[in-house]
Ligand binder design. Structure first.
Ligand code: APR
Length: 280
């Protein structure tokens, strides 16, 4: 029955972790926590990598500091830098990565309890991960509305503005507020859906953290919610967020696509992963 704690295992090695996933019979609920690092191979820059990260390449927007481009108080004063950037980041031009395909594979196998993502690119949805299994902790470009009266703004209108890099205004003449995609800016609250599920890692049989620096709260606290004895796998270029500090933590330091390919191979899922990725 589900109340028995998952088999504690010192999964210091990938084969031991793969056996836990495929043979123990007690790894049924996997929670994934991801960030920009799972989309860089799709051509979307992450935020904080030196040289290639977005925050190192915004000089042309003449911002007081890099994060201002996603700061709600700065946006109110000057929405132009965001709308210049939105033209480059807007979904529709990028293809899901192998890491997204791996998340889809887990969902197909009924092993995905929830995918918490900080990304706003919707590439997990495009890879076919069921929407009800995704928590977009920092929102996404999927919807847009007026930041004053909250009135929704039509998608086709938004596309026009994004392509022209012009600033859309509320359709309510009496309001005239700025329209913004429903992505969470610094200074805004995360969606209720995040808090409604934030304790879910406690029920996980396995936590996988991928492609994130775990520097932004409250998302960065999620891995800590994993129960004792629940293995936590980090797939990331660098060690982050205290991962590796617990006996059952497993570190797969390196490229996300390579890391999920290694794990899929150890689980005997290589064929399935490549087929899913080819179809995205
Ligand atoms: N493979 C593995 N790791 C990678 C790869 C890759 N191909 N590319 C980048 N990384 C790693 C980086 O080393 C870094 O640790 O992914 C992490 C990306 O960290 P950030 O750039 O800080 O992105 P993220 O953690 O998603 O940022 C969180 O900050 O600006 C806010 O709201 C924004 O959601 C964003 C949040």
């Amino acid at each position: 029955d589900d109340s028995t704690p998952p088999a504690t295992l010192s999964a210091r090695t990938l084969p031991a972790l793969a056996d836990y996933i495929t043979k123990s019979g007690t790894c049924k609920k996997i929670v994934i926590m991801s960030g920009a690092g799972i989309s860089t191979s799709a051509g979307i820059p992450d935020f904080r990598s030196p040289d290639t990260g977005l925050y190192a390449n915004l000089a042309r927007l003449d911002l007081p500091y890099a994060e201002a481009v996603f700061d709600i108080s700065y946006f109110r004063r000057n929405p132009h830098p965001f709308y210049t950037l939105a033209q480059e980041l807007y979904p529709g031009r990028f293809r899901p990565t192998v890491a997204h395909a791996f998340i889809r594979l887990l969902a197909d196998r009924g092993l995905l309890l929830k995918h918490f993502t900080q990304n706003i690119d919707c590439l997990d949805r495009e890879a076919g991960v069921p929407e009800e299994l995704i928590v977009e902790a920092h929102g996404s470009f999927a919807r847009q509305s007026c930041i004053e009266c909250r009135r929704a703004f039509p998608h086709d209108e938004m596309l026009r503005h994004v392509q022209a890099a012009t600033v859309p205004r509320c359709l309510n003449e009496t309001c005239g507020g700025l329209v913004k995609p429903e992505i969470v800016f610094f200074g805004e609250a995360l969606p209720n859906e995040f808090f409604a599920h934030a304790m879910l890692p406690r029920e996980a049989d396995l936590v996988i953290v991928m492609g994130t620096s775990l520097t932004v709260q409250p998302f960065a606290n999620l891995p800590r919610a994993a129960g004792r004895g629940t293995p936590r796998l980090l797939i990331n270029l660098e060690q982050v967020g205290g991962l590796g500090g617990r006996e059952d933590d497993v570190l797969l330091l390196g490229d996300c696509d390579e890391g999920v390919r290694k794990l899929a191979k150890a689980c005997g899922w290589s064929e399935e992963l490549e087929r899913i990725w080819r179809e995205t």
